[in-house]
Design a protein around this ligand. Structure first.
Ligand SMILES: Cc1cc2nc3c(=O)[nH]c(=O)nc-3n(C[C@H](O)[C@H](O)[C@H](O)COP(=O)(O)O)c2cc1C
Length: 191
């Protein structure tokens, strides 16, 4: 079975992202066709990017980078749970993505966005970033509304129909994640 990380893309105190990510994880683990793990950016306590060399050089000098790299390298696919901040993803998630390079390559990704318009603009920005990192991002995405899926913009109460959207997104992530694992096993990574 492939391993899928569900990455909490907000580090803000009082964040909505944690409840969203736990909901995705709870739906995912019922499937039984992949392994799922919550990955919380807060646990890695990454500063603003402080490696001297760009990640594309493949040398990480700092312990926090090495710990983050080992975690991300251990997965075949990712579900990014992203808030929308000023029509993009969070600075914390972009920073965490920028810390690494080869660990992302030839993997699959799906998105769960939340915000006024389902986090759609945050997800579109992430799709551009995924292209540079050779991550195959699936078409299906989940868009949660601050107005109709949260009470008082802070208590997560998702509409039932989103469960189908999570299922479709995970179907695609697992299919592509498995295909790309085969590719990685057969080929050296494309630089
Ligand atoms: C700095 C900032 C900018 C925001 N900008 C947007 C935005 O452009 N579009 C949107 O839909 N929501 C925006 N929001 C609302 C967030 O989507 C909402 O607060 C969400 O709960 C943030 O995720 P978090 O609670 O997990 O940190 C913004 C919130 C913050 C804190």
């Amino acid at each position: 079975m492939i391993k899928v990380a569900i990455i909490i893309g907000s580090t803000r105190p009082g964040r909505n992202g944690e409840a969203v990510a736990r909901w995705v994880r709870d739906l995912a683990i019922k499937r039984g066709d992949a392994e799922f793990e919550l990955v919380d950016l807060k646990d890695f306590d990454l500063p603003l990017l402080d490696e001297v060399l760009p990640a594309s050089m493949g040398r990480y000098d700092l312990p926090h980078t090495r710990a983050w790299a080992a975690k991300i390298a251990s997965f075949d696919a990712y579900v990014f749970v992203t808030p929308e901040y000023n029509h993009s993803t969070s600075g914390a998630l972009k920073n965490a993505i920028d810390f690494l390079y080869g660990e992302w390559h030839n993997k699959a990704a799906g998105f769960v966005g939340y915000g006024v318009n389902g986090g759609a603009r945050a997800v579109e920005h992430l799709r551009l970033i995924m292209g540079e990192l050779q991550v195959a991002d699936v078409r299906a995405q989940v868009g949660l509304s601050l107005f109709s899926d949260f009470e008082n913009f802070s208590v997560f109460e998702p509409a039932a129909h989103h469960e189908d959207a999570v299922g479709t997104m995970l179907d695609q992530v697992i299919a592509w994640g498995g295909a790309l694992r085969t590719l990685r096993e057969r080929q050296a990574p494309v630089e």
